[in-house]
Unconditional design. Structure first.
Length: 90
């Protein structure tokens, strides 16, 4: 399973998002720190989940980072994250 698929599956199972976008942007970081041949080092996520209700932006990011701890161990270097509630996503 690719790292992107693993991220999608993990967030689907743990956050039950109403919307989820997982984009591998590794190609934009070629030659920079953390980049490696084959990609899957830099991802952009947009997650909409009721699990974020009542949580600050920092708390939401910490939740997602904790869920993806194994992804960082597998080579994920950078994560751009947008975490919203269904009400915020409109």
């Amino acid at each position: 399973m690719s790292l992107g698929d693993w991220i999608r599956t993990t967030l689907d199972e743990r956050l039950a998002p109403t919307a989820l976008s997982v984009v591998d942007e590794s190609h934009q970081h070629a030659g920079h720190s953390g980049w490696r041949e084959g990609g899957e080092t830099h991802f952009r996520l947009d997650v909409v989940s009721a699990a974020f209700e009542g949580k600050s932006r920092v708390e939401r990011h910490r939740m997602v980072n904790a869920l993806l701890d194994d992804a960082f161990k597998r080579g994920l270097h950078a994560l751009a994250l947008r975490a919203r509630t269904p009400g915020e996503a409109g």
